[in-house]
Design a protein around this ligand. Sequence first.
Ligand code: CU
Length: 402
Amino acid sequence: MKGQWGKLVGYFVATLIISAAGTFGLPLLGGGSWLPDLLSREGGAIDELFWGLTIISLIIFAMVAAFVIYAMVHFRAEPGDLSDGEHIHGNARLEVVWIVVPTIIVAVIAILSYIVLEDNEIGLYDKAAAKDKGAATLAVDVRGFSFGWNFRYEDLDGAKLTGEDAPDASPELVLPKGQVVRFNVLSCSGKEHLGRLEEQVRRELETEGKDNEFAEIEPGICEKEWDSTTAEDQAAAEETATKVFEARRAKADGDDLSKEQKELLESLPAYHGDQQHIDVNHAFWVPEARLKIDAIAGLRTYVQWQPTRTTRPDDNYQVVCAELCGSGHNGMRSDMCVIEQDAFDWWLGLSEEERQDATCANLRVFNCFEGTDDFDELLENVAQITKEDPEAGCREAQEALA
Ligand SMILES: [Cu+2]
């Protein structure tokens, strides 16, 4: 008996060493890590959890492999032996072990995951609970549509932060370093908008030259919410959006609709052909920040994280869609970048025209010149540098401006 355990332990240790060397060593051959760069405060704990789970998995793998190898080596049949193996059943002690041990492992994993996720969601749903532990200080409205993203910047009460002449929304995600950002995520149909415009054009064409009171079509709910500027407007639009979502879900489930729900669904703008104003679900994800959240049509979801460093020219990070959403899914990517707070404040106030050059491709090079505060001039110079050398890194840019 003693010898058996000794051999089992030997197989266990050997398998553990080989599989651990493979797991941690293979990426070194490729010159990197299994994980992308880390950009957020929240990502650190997630990575630790990931590696913790990896180690638990390696140990379980080595245990199973040890038994398999032991069985193969010591219980293999002699050549020509075609008889059945011994039938064994009813080992109470063994059954207790294989129920209790996995239960403990799963419970430990669940508790560790809960602690990490709970800590990452400080104040996300309960501002009062956040206190000084690092709740969000900036809100970004994230709208996913087929196929792209829009980002709008707000304070936590929903008031827009962009200046008078600034565009409402940005197709790229620009974030200030150090602020905890709460992302309000929604799949807000691009088709809703396109569908309305198409319908409007069609109606105008049909009645060319004649007055057509029907040519003006009400914006859809998603657009209304987007366009609302006061907190009350937004709350009202959001409330309606929630009711529409519930009514649609009830309809899809085959439940009886209330009178209010029926009226609501009938009042929605309808277009020719399919229900073009309904977009599909997407998922908002910046791999370097680790956290992701679904973007659901009609239902707002939230995620928050704090970018802890600025992005450099080599940090070509992107917002990607993590939910297979259709033919354009692979192209549903937007550039993202993190800049210093004062540069961010300046960026928010830029007019539509000025923002043309203030893209992430240039803002990343911007970050090579920390301490400069004449951002207008810097942008002009940087735009010139990247025009001549789109691949310019910090060194090239610094040399060009020296
Ligand atoms: Cu997608």
